[in-house]
Design a protein around this ligand. Structure first.
Ligand code: SAM
Length: 281
């Protein structure tokens, strides 16, 4: 899978984004666990390290020195900026890997468990059909009390050619399909929806201790469950494409009358292209 050229990573030392604050508050709570000496954190699609850009101010020295931080990104320059920052933070350890998220299972041995996995602002850049694999591969790499935190935007402040954004409802539908197909019962994680100044964001938190199925059993169920979830994703994508076509058809006939409709036209055109690129739908 190739990265989309419009992919970008935000880096601003003077700002802490709400999604990163949310993740860091969860991390803070985990670091306070009595007796904890080592918290292993994997930051998938780490970008330029915006999530840790102010960590020396966000989390005290005693807690930070318990963190073993691993960063992963497809762009070497991003990873290098992130690791430079990580090395200044007095972490217990820090390291990084370059690679494509589709290679995640090969690059990170399943025996290596993580207490905290973050994936912020990146899902829209990944092929939608990879999402069930990313969920599965992350879940089976969580420690027994590990947490997976995912956050992304419902729409992008700057349009990116080839990006596919998800609404909270769509990501919930995908998640329900994933849980149903893996036959994970009694745990129904519900995505959140959050206001930003220019768009809405959604997030999910998956706790390993609430999934009452062993890694081995999840692995046994993987092939069938992922195949079925991908089918449901194709259904969601077809519906997105259908809605997009209908809206574009209407604008073609009646025009975009307001600035808002003009903006929506641009987004629809970008969406139309991104959805049409997915050969499976
Ligand atoms: C918008 S940035 C988000 C960075 C960071 N997580 C944050 O919250 O600021 C998306 C990141 O995903 C990375 N990325 C895009 N496609 C990827 C892929 N196929 N495999 C691994 N990383 C990828 C990009 O290089 C970029 O650094």
């Amino acid at each position: 899978m190739a990265i989309i050229n419009d992919s970008d990573a935000y880096l601003n030392k003077d700002r802490l984004l709400a999604q990163h604050q949310a993740a860091l508050s969860l991390l803070q709570g985990k670091l306070d666990r009595p007796g904890l000496t080592d918290l292993i954190w994997l930051d998938l699609g780490c970008g330029k390290g915006q999530i840790i850009v102010n960590l020396e101010h966000n989390i005290g020295d005693e807690a930070r020195t318990k963190i073993s931080y691993s960063a992963f990104d497809i762009i070497e320059e991003h990873l290098s900026i992130t690791l430079k920052k990580a090395e200044s933070l007095k972490f217990k350890s820090s390291n990084g890997k370059i690679g494509d998220i589709s290679d995640f299972p090969n690059l990170f041995p399943v025996e290596n468990k993580y207490d905290f996995i973050t994936l912020t602002n990146s899902i829209h850049e990944f092929s939608p059909l990879l999402i069930p694999d990313i969920l599965f591969e992350s879940i089976i790499r969580l420690s027994s009390t590990g947490l997976l935190f995912i956050y992304d935007m419902e729409s992008l402040p700057s349009l990116e050619l080839g990006a596919i954004t998800w609404t909270r409802e769509e990501i919930h539908e995908l998640l329900k399909s994933f849980f149903k197909n893996f036959n994970i019962q009694d745990y129904n994680p519900t995505p959140g929806r959050w206001n930003h100044s220019s768009c809405f964001g959604w997030n999910i938190q998956l706790s390993r201790e609430y999934i009452n199925i062993s890694d081995e059993e999840l692995a046994n169920r993987k092939a069938k469950a992922i195949e079925l979830t991908k089918k449901d994703i194709v259904t969601i994508l077809k519906r997105k494409l259908d809605e997009c076509e209908k809206s574009l058809e209407s604008i073609t006939k009646h025009g975009a009358e307001t600035d808002e409709e003009e903006k929506s036209k641009q987004k629809l055109l970008y969406d139309f292209w991104s959805l049409n690129r997915i050969k499976e739908i």
